[in-house]
Write a protein that binds this ligand. Structure first.
Ligand code: ABN
Length: 588
């Protein structure tokens, strides 16, 4: 990998300085994006570049905390960019100083491929429809050549295929047929897979299976309301409306991107890749502002599929690093995606040309009733002495579409101090065609005539940077264990002793641990220097992550190499600036 580091002192007088944001972690504004891409274009003047990524390079933790906690200066405002240059393999990435409107870092990286943008994905469908060899394969599949407008593809990054290595920006096109543009294509998968070079804009190969399977002749299995009415005669009418009323408005306060709610204080950021990023989370404990987390985000995910048959072994989506939970985020609609009194935040990115694009209402912030928070009654007076407190929860959410799936991401804050990440998976299964009379075999399930849904997992990397009552936190496993001492021994005479066994991690290797159902294992993040006044034990947050088998692919499998983090429930590593992504910076 060639690495060129260069500092430019070139400033660009003609570019208007964008207004300074209120908070150092605020995402780049539209004005900032325009200024940054203009600076980059000037820097690379005369070369044919296109933008892949323009995003905030967050200030260092040190600079941020000096500003936040010690009255220091507003940290330098920097942006990270990734560009492609026509005819030049790999990417260029670097840093723009927004304060000085100049490029302050450029690196050329060969043998890496950047994230796919929505523009990249859309271009693939045009390319395959026009390719004569793809048309030929469609005809073999039973689709007339004049119906190419009914042929669709979900373009996935190729990940890695030894035939081409890492030097080209390749997509594998998972193929489908729609008889009508409103059809669900997933009930009509095709059996072959074109490989497309995104930058050369051409099909370079087609993977054709030995056993050919024609496109299904069954009616499409559709999901639009009109299709439901056609199938069932009516939409369901048995659900009566539930109205949410908040006559006095919400209990949270927004100050730009900073929310305060029920003693929590949180900065809400958003980027092309992780989507929502929550930073500088603290809790006001009767006037004592206690830091909890420096930064939390969903930093990666993987959806490995379980069919070893070629070319399905390539099917494993690192949807955050390969496509971006930000780039694929949906504009949210009141009454549909969220109900009640909503505060929305928009998201801004740069398109290939460097122009700002906006997703309206990308982040939804609202409250929901959460049942009981606390109750206690006194049995002595027939439960007449009773206190009941209702709970409200705060939800910061987004929804992104990863081709066939929707991931609904809910960051939930509760009044008992719990911070919870709920991920609701919806959308449609990814499918492959079955020939007439063919069974799905062990690697999938027949979900419709002619349709095989391959086995798969959804694994998420939750990145947590705890600062429980300040820095210097430690982590341990906490296992519910029977007392070691035998029954009849002085320490455990009656054999009923049990306790929470805490095992503190001393090395990274120690920390690579899995959920253990027999002990109901959890993990404690704790501050060894801050003790609870009653228990005398360190103050802590407990991580609960259960019921999730780790990666099922075997060690040595490609997915195992690409998502090493997915093999254990938790891994604790020392903090390093800009080490944000556990599958690497340029995942495709
Ligand atoms: N799940 C793979 C994927 C995501 C987004 C776009 C295309 C493909």
């Amino acid at each position: 990998m060639e690495r060129l580091a260069q500092i430019s002192s070139q400033t660009t007088g003609s570019i208007a300085a964008p207004p300074r944001p209120v908070h150092p972690l605020d995402p780049l504004s539209i004005e900032e994006i325009s200024a940054i891409t203009a600076v980059v274009k000037n820097h690379f003047a005369g070369r044919q570049i296109s933008f892949n990524t323009v995003t905030l390079r967050e200030p260092t933790k040190k600079a941020f905390l000096e500003w936040k906690e010690q009255g220091g200066a507003f940290p330098p405002r920097n942006a990270y960019y990734v560009i492609l240059e026509a005819g030049v393999p790999g990417v260029k990435e670097g840093i723009v100083s927004v304060n000085h409107l100049s490029v302050i870092e450029v690196k050329s990286l060969e043998q890496v491929q950047p994230i796919l943008t929505v523009e990249d994905l859309i271009s693939t469908e045009d390319i395959i429809r026009k390719d004569p060899r793809v048309i030929e394969q469609c005809v073999i599949s039973g689709i007339p050549a004049n119906e190419m407008h009914k042929v669709y593809c979900d373009p996935w990054t190729i990940g890695f295929d030894e035939r081409w290595g890492a030097g080209r920006r390749l997509q594998q096109a998972l193929m489908y047929y729609r008889s009508d543009e409103d059809d669900s294509q997933y009930s009509h998968p095709l059996d072959f897979c074109p490989i497309v070079d995104t930058e050369e804009k051409k099909v370079i190969f087609i993977d054709v299976p030995n056993r050919r399977r024609k496109v299904s002749k069954h009616k499409h299995s559709n999901f639009n309301p009109k299709d439901m009415i056609e199938k069932y005669g009516t939409l369901r009418t048995d659900g009566k409306p539930i109205d949410i009323t908040q006559p006095e408005g919400v209990s949270f306060k927004m100050d730009g991107n900073v929310i305060s709610w029920s003693n929590f204080n949180i900065h809400i950021g958003f980027n092309y890749r992780e989507g929502i990023v929550l930073s500088d989370i603290s809790y006001n404990d009767h006037g004592n502002v206690r830091p909890l987390f420096h930064r939390i985000s969903l930093s990666e995910m993987i959806v490995p599929y379980g069919s070893p048959d070629f070319p399905h072994q390539r099917k494993h989506a690192l949807d955050i690093g390969e496509y971006g939970a930000g780039y694929m985020t949906n504009p949210l609609a009141l009454g549909c995606d969220c109900k009640g009194v909503i505060h929305y935040l928009d998201a801004h990115f740069a398109d290939r040309a460097g122009d700002p694009i906006t997703v309206k209402h990308a982040v939804c912030i609202h409250e929901e009733d959460d049942g009981l928070l606390q109750k206690h009654s006194d049995f002595r007076d027939n439960f007449a002495t009773s206190i009941v407190t209702r709970a409200t929860k705060l939800i910061i959410s987004q929804i992104f579409t990863a081709a066939n799936y929707e991931y609904c991401i809910y960051w939930v804050f509760m009044q008992d101090g719990t911070i919870k990440l709920d991920v609701k998976l919806t959308g449609i299964l990814n499918t492959y065609v079955l020939a007439d009379g063919e069974e799905s075999g062990p690697w999938g399930t027949k979900v419709y005539p002619g349709v095989n849904a391959h086995n798969h997992q959804h694994l998420f990397a939750l990145r947590l940077h705890p600062r429980i009552d300040g820095d210097g936190n430690s982590v341990c496993t906490s296992d519910a264990c029977s007392a070691e001492a035998p029954v009849g021994s002085p320490e455990n005479m009656y054999g009923n002793g049990f306790y929470a066994k805490r095992t503190v991690f001393k090395t990274v290797a120690d920390s690579e641990t899995n959920y253990e159902s027999s002990t109901g294992r959890t993990w404690d993040f704790f501050n060894p220097k801050k003790l609870n006044p009653y228990s005398g034990k360190p103050v802590s947050y407990k991580l609960v992550s259960a019921q999730c088998p780790p990666l099922l692919a075997k060690p040595g499998a490609l997915v195992y190499k690409r998502a090493p983090w997915a093999n254990t429930t938790i891994k604790v590593v020392p903090f390093k600036e800009d080490r944000l992504y556990p599958s690497g910076d340029h995942v495709p």
